[in-house]
Design a protein around this ligand. Structure first.
Ligand code: PMP
Length: 329
């Protein structure tokens, strides 16, 4: 009954939230899918109840690991390819610079459309992601890890200029934020009112796509980066939290979309990954851990519903020792 009252105050019925938790399962039960890539999107939303929160706050996590290729970036991969096909810009090969999940999303989309994919990837990133990409048919070229994504991008662009391959260019194209229209629609339908959104920034496409749609509805938008990323004005440096962190300000990231930047240490992010496993049974990647730390810090600044985006799962970071943080739980 108390839950019903809280839910009503926030503009939705408790029953609708309970139902929506299972909406994706209903979709899976009721629908036959024509093709595997139809299993991108419609990911589950789950309420997290085992963390200390202010009494008037509820925290929901969007579990993007349930996309076909295992991350939020499947939404990007399919949209980048299908938008470019519609514009007639792709001949037969696609090239991109990525830390991994974009490569998997693109590999799925390219496999579906019979296109070749070449991925430029700084050497340090998880071998699991590389193995998955290769299994889907992508060719990988390693770039010098110490030169970061900037060097991977330079080489991807040079390859496109030289060969005429289509450069997907997630870091600059407006197709990137536009890929998250579906994610926004799902969240709006699932939650009704969204008072705060928390998302990490790698290319900042997820954050931008959600923030520009949610802020007009009144949500606060919190962007999350690891220490070693430059959004808060700090120096660029290495970090173990994978998938987030920017070396140069993303071209489509407008400052007035950002209500707060949270800069999270690797140790805090990795510790939170373990805590999420032990308290909630959720096995997420380190960027999800960082986003969760940020959401808990920001919970004091809001009343109502917080949604935090969990981009992927723990199992593609076993080689990165995701379950062995230095800090004690
Ligand atoms: N987390 C993970 C694990 C990712 O792979 C990415 C994409 N690099 C992000 C978060 C951030 O997404 P975006 O590029 O949309 O900022």
């Amino acid at each position: 009954e108390v839950m019903s009252k809280i839910a009503k105050r926030q503009g939705f019925t408790y029953e609708s939230v309970q139902l929506n938790k299972f909406a994706h399962l209903q979709i899976l039960k009721k629908k036959k899918f024509k093709q595997p890539t139809d299993l991108i999107g419609h990911t589950p939303l789950v309420e997290l109840t085992h963390f200390d929160l202010p009494a008037d706050v509820r925290l929901f996590a969007k579990l993007e690991m349930y996309n076909l290729g295992g991350s939020v970036k499947d939404r990007l991969g399919i949209n980048l390819i299908e938008s470019a096909i519609k514009r007639g810009e792709i001949r037969n090969e696609v090239v991109e610079a990525t830390a991994g999940n974009t490569g998997i999303g693109l590999a799925l989309a390219c496999q579906q459309h019979n296109l070749a994919l070449k991925v430029f990837l700084p050497e340090k990133f998880s071998i699991e992601k590389q193995a998955i990409m290769q299994a889907l048919g992508a060719a990988i070229v390693h770039t010098d890890a110490s030169l970061g994504m900037v060097e991977a991008r330079r080489q991807a662009k040079a390859y496109a200029d030289e060969t005429g391959a289509y450069y997907a260019n997630q870091f600059e194209t407006e197709d990137n934020p536009a890929s998250y229209e579906g994610l926004y629609q799902e969240l709006k339908e699932e939650l009704g009112t969204i008072d705060m959104m928390v998302a990490g920034a790698g290319s900042a496409g997820t954050f931008t796509g959600l923030a520009e749609r949610m802020k007009p509805d009144g949500a606060r938008a919190v962007i999350v980066e690891p220490e070693g990323s430059i959004l808060n004005g700090g120096p660029s440096g290495s970090h173990r939290t994978e998938g987030i962190g920017v070396e140069v300000w993303p071209t489509f990231l407008k400052r007035d979309l950002i209500d707060a930047v949270e800069t999270i240490s690797d140790d805090d992010a990795f510790r939170m990954v373990q805590e999420l496993a032990q308290k909630e049974g959720l096995l997420v990647g380190s960027s999800s851990g960082a986003a969760m730390v940020a959401a808990l810090k920001q919970a004091e600044n809001v009343q109502g519903n917080i949604v935090v985006i969990f981009p992927d799962a723990s199992d593609r970071y076993i080689s990165q020792k995701i379950f062995k943080s230095k800090g004690e739980l």
